[in-house]
Design a protein around this ligand. Structure first.
Ligand SMILES: [Cu+2]
Length: 156
């Protein structure tokens, strides 16, 4: 009978093999480009993340996790009677072959309850879960730089 340690090693190998194959599949499926996160100001406990997403087949971004925040949400910014409002979305539709933009003042990812301030030069690791048209989900991890740009949405 194999020892507990051997079984654990075996399981770890299976898990690693699975996560590697998933990463390769996701890489072929959804392309993430131009991703950036604005730095936070002192006292700021939420951050945002912006990027371009492009999938060769119909898919949807259904979940986001961030290493620097206890939660990450998909938000839509809208202006109602000159007041900017943010609405939480369940997913971001990724129609086949179309570049979907997550940008300041529009759809974006919100990093809720930051564990640390975000400084220019740092990077944030985001784990994206994408659901394909056939119902399968794939995950992709992207490393996003914290960059100071001239203007960004207000996320105070
Ligand atoms: Cu938001």
């Amino acid at each position: 009978m194999p020892s507990a340690a051997t079984v654990r090693r075996g399981l770890l190998c299976v898990w690693l093999a699975l996560s590697i194959s998933v990463a390769v599949v996701a890489g072929e499926l959804v392309r993430v480009s131009g991703a950036w996160v604005p730095p936070t100001v002192p006292g700021q406990t939420v951050g945002a993340a912006y990027m371009h997403l492009r999938s060769p087949q119909d898919a949807a971004l259904v979940k986001v996790e961030a290493d620097v925040a206890s939660a990450a949400e998909i938000h839509q910014m809208t202006t109602v009677n000159d007041v900017m409002r943010m609405r939480k979305l369940d997913q971001v539709e990724l129609p086949a072959g179309r570049t979907v933009e997550l940008s300041p003042g529009a759809m974006h990812l919100m990093l809720v309850d930051l564990r640390q301030p975000l400084k220019a030069g740092d990077s944030v690791k985001l784990r994206l879960t994408v659901r394909l048209a056939d119902g399968r989900t794939v995950q992709e991890t992207v490393v996003v730089p914290v960059v100071q740009k001239a203007s960004h949405g207000s996320h105070r």
